[in-house]
Design a protein around this ligand. Structure first.
Ligand SMILES: [Zn+2]
Length: 140
């Protein structure tokens, strides 16, 4: 993204003006710096799966990795705990072989929260991609 911006501004007539502007050009932050931006998506993702089936930490980390989110247990567990504190998930310890595992399920409040969030996501999605489509159609 930064590379693209730089290439664009280099050829731009106002490039010099922009460069002397207040904002210094910064390197693109590493992926993990976007975590704050993605955290709501990750939480919704967890809630979505907990509405479909019981989930547990390790499997959720794997699932999120499949979607391109690299989360450590140290990041995921606080998410599960806070969703449980808010009453959206409920957990029980279950025995798998010799080990115990904490399994999370959505509560009725969790289902309701997901439903409400879906409406918000749909709206945002529409706006994000509506813009993209109109940009495409306005190109010569
Ligand atoms: Zn998923």
């Amino acid at each position: 993204m930064a590379k693209h911006d730089r290439a664009e501004s280099a050829g731009h007539p106002n490039a010099r003006l922009r460069q002397t502007g207040r904002q210094p050009s910064r390197p693109t932050p590493p992926e993990c710096d976007y975590r704050e931006l993605y955290i709501g998506l990750i939480r919704l993702h967890v809630l979505h799966h907990a509405c479909q089936e019981p989930v547990y930490g390790f499997a959720m980390i794997e699932e999120l990795r499949r979607h391109g989110y690299e989360l450590s247990a140290g990041t995921l567990y606080p998410i599960l705990h806070s969703l449980e504190r808010k009453g959206l998930l409920v957990s029980v310890k279950e025995r798998f072989g010799g080990a115990e595992r904490r399994v999370y399920r959505a509560t009725p409040a969790g289902y309701a929260a997901l439903l409400a969030a879906k409406a918000k996501v749909r709206e945002l999605f529409g706006e994000l991609f509506e813009e993209e489509n109109s940009e495409e159609s306005s190109r010569p």
